[in-house]
Design a protein around this ligand. Structure first.
Ligand SMILES: [Zn+2]
Length: 170
């Protein structure tokens, strides 16, 4: 048995004010659980993304998160050729949960003026191929991104096409 207090788990550098890896703190092996706190304008994720091998459930504890959603990759490719085709937005308020299938595109943000607190639960823990898209000003379009350490306390997203830094998180 492992037992932790959420507020005693160290936060990781991420696009959120706090991302606390509960599954790591608990030694969980088959599931990933992160506890997030998002200030207004922040996101759970480094971009619009999909995990090929992992389903994800977000349970909102406080505030309202807005998720941009897309079809599972193979369905999107079959119908339109656009792997990241969007299905629109869904607002998920405190007391509500949302689930994304493996390969389904999504990004959750805090589009409100209030704090968002949520649990993100992913299984299996191994997420498989993850693809992240962000707007690249240099390329003039949304491109695939890599997440890289910038220094000891910061991460950056970098355009896979041209190498430009597209965002910094610290
Ligand atoms: Zn670029």
């Amino acid at each position: 048995m492992e037992h932790v207090r959420v507020d005693e788990v160290d936060s990781w550098t991420s696009p959120a004010s706090a991302k606390r890896p509960l599954s790591r703190a608990l030694g969980a092996e088959d599931v990933t659980i992160n506890h997030y706190e998002l200030a207004p304008g922040e996101s759970f994720a480094f971009g619009y993304h999909s995990h090929e091998g992992q389903e994800e459930v977000f349970y909102v504890l406080e505030g309202t998160a807005t998720f941009t959603t897309g079809k599972p990759r193979r369905d999107a490719e079959a119908s339109s050729g656009d792997a990241a085709g969007e299905n629109g937005e869904v607002r998920v308020a405190a007391g509500e949960a949302v689930r994304f299938a493996p390969g389904e595109w999504q990004q959750g943000v805090n589009g409100t003026d209030e704090r968002v607190v949520a649990l993100a639960i992913g299984a299996p823990a191994e997420m498989g191929e993850t693809t992240i898209l962000r707007e690249c000003a240099d390329c003039g379009e949304r491109t695939e991104q890599a997440v890289q350490p910038a220094d000891e306390n910061a991460l950056v997203t970098v355009c896979e096409d041209c190498g430009a830094e597209t965002a910094r998180f610290d």
